[in-house]
Design a protein around this ligand. Structure first.
Ligand SMILES: NC(=O)c1ccc[n+]([C@@H]2O[C@H](COP(=O)([O-])OP(=O)(O)OC[C@H]3O[C@@H](n4cnc5c(N)ncnc54)[C@H](O)[C@@H]3O)[C@@H](O)[C@H]2O)c1
Length: 456
């Protein structure tokens, strides 16, 4: 796998795309046709038994590329289309020709900054672009937005064989556009252009799409691979510092449980990465390591059939915390909620003797230097327990909580007790309240103090 162009290619584990059903009985009379369908290999089986076994696999293949100057009219990357008759849909090397069309769904804040450049890009290339700016923020991440984008696709009379939807924005925009692409005519290709750090290293590169539903985070969603993902780091220059730190939380996640080198890099360069909005050389390495690590975890488990997922670090309590904060009227960004979850589980790891006091302090030091919150008023033990219960249910009855056990290492545990949560929460809360002179970007949430006095 190259670092600057990641190719994802997978089939559901346990299924071999070209394996025939085993057993002479099942295959007796099989017509030896090429293809991946189980039934087509079985000849008269259904006719003789009345029982039909359908078996197929969906190959996944898409490319994630770093791109410089994505909106430079001479750069044709964004004009790439669909390889005719490809399965799975393939990203063509050929750009759209003058007269061709594109439907572009874009976050409205991103549109305000880059709209003129985007319009000029398509116009100078002779491509007729219908650009749809939408308020793709977390509070709007519902099926209403999905419906709105689908309506625009219908008005556009999108030709899904030739005209990929282009989605440009943060994780919310890409999740919504991805879901529409999966629903509209059952599968429309989508090109994702992440413009936040969170989206570049996480939300854009997997195959999950979702919107919130019934006050529950990402409860309606699908698995839908993009046609391609183009990451132009210069978009981050206009992203505010709070959202930069928000993305850094997901990066710290990978560092804590999987990548000690990335951890050292963040330790050495945290302030600089934040201050330069991830524009310098260290940022390039950090982003690539982060993406590489994430893809190593995602690729063999795209459909999440393996429930012990390292990438779930920080995602046990955080969905509940994130949605409660939204209701509370003091929104936490996704990465901020993840960070609070990581602060809590770091405390649990320390209390269990899985990490040393010094290692805990190093983690919290990075959190502090990225100005990430470690606490929020909604984090009472009842809410945290509910979060754990919900996650346990989603993980098929076992907690499967990844806990740090050293820098860059993790173990899965199934026995976190209510008492442990209560005690960790109390330690973290008093630690946070001691330092209520918040240095966080969000004034209502509590970040780490300038000098870390560790919770006991
Ligand atoms: N599908 C997945 O696998 C996956 C993974 C992680 C997160 N997510 C989802 O991603 C969402 C969070 O994504 P996010 O953090 O990107 O938030 P976001 O999409 O809400 O964007 C954050 C803010 O930044 C603004 N913005 C975006 N790009 C900008 C730019 N270049 N310059 C200036 N402003 C810009 C947006 O208008 C928005 O206000 C959550 O809903 C989360 O559930 C999905």
């Amino acid at each position: 796998m190259q670092l600057d162009a990641h190719h994802i290619s997978a089939s559901p584990a346990g299924l071999n795309a070209h394996a025939l059903p085993t057993g002479t009985e099942f295959c007796s009379g099989a017509v030896n046709r090429t293809g991946i369908n189980g039934l087509s290999q079985c000849g008269t089986l259904g006719l003789t038994t009345g029982t039909f076994h359908v078996s197929a696999v969906q190959p996944i293949s898409y490319v994630i590329e770093e791109v410089e100057g994505l909106l430079d009219p001479d750069n044709k990357t964004l004009l790439r289309g669909v390889v005719p008759d490809s399965f799975p849909l393939g990203l063509s090397l050929n750009p759209a020709q003058p007269g061709e069309r594109r439907l572009v769904v874009i976050d409205d804040n991103v549109y305000r900054i880059y709209g003129a450049q985007l319009r000029q890009y398509f116009s100078l290339n002779g491509v007729e672009a219908t650009i749809v700016p939408l308020p793709t923020m977390e509070a709007n991440k519902s099926f209403d937005l999905v419906y709105e984008v689908a309506r625009r696709a219908e008005i556009f009379k999108l030709n899904r064989r030739k005209e990929p939807i282009i989605a440009i924005g943060g994780g919310v925009c890409l999740d919504v556009a991805g879901l529409v692409a999966n629903l509209y005519r059952r599968n429309t290709p989508v090109i994702k252009v992440p413009t936040t750090l969170m989206a570049a290293i996480d939300a854009s590169i997997g195959i999950k799409t979702a919107v919130n539903f019934d006050n529950r985070k990402n409860k309606l969603g699908t698995y839908c691979p993009p046609l391609g993902v183009f990451i132009d780091r210069t978009f981050l220059r206009t992203l505010d510092q709070r959202n930069i730190s928000n993305g850094a939380a997901e990066m710290l996640k990978m560092a804590c449980i999987k990548d000690a080198q990335l951890f050292y890099l963040l330790e050495q360069h945290a302030e600089q990465l934040r201050a330069t909005s991830f524009q310098d050389k260290a940022a390039s390495v950090a982003m690539r390591r982060s993406i590489q690590g994430m893809l190593e975890e995602l690729e063999p488990n795209l459909w999440e059939h393996i429930l012990c997922r390292l990438v779930d670090y920080g995602h046990t309590f955080s969905p509940e915390i994130e949605m409660a904060a939204l209701q509370y009227g003091d929104e936490l960004l996704h990465g901020e909620a993840v960070n609070i979850d990581m602060a809590l589980t770091t405390q649990i790891s320390y209390a269990r003797g899985l990490i040393s006091r010094e290692e805990q302090a190093r983690v919290m030091d990075i959190m502090q230097r990225f100005r990430l919150p470690m606490w929020h008023p909604v984090c009472n033990p009842d809410l945290l327990l509910k979060g754990l219960r919900d996650t346990t249910k989603a993980r098929d009855g076992l907690q499967r909580v990844p806990l740090m056990c050293g820098i860059g290492e993790a173990v899965f545990v199934n026995d976190i007790s209510p008492a442990e949560i209560t005690s960790a929460a109390a330690a973290l809360k008093s630690f946070a309240l001691q330092t209520s002179h918040s240095s966080s970007e969000n004034n209502n949430i509590v970040a780490a103090p300038a000098k870390i006095a560790m919770p006991v």
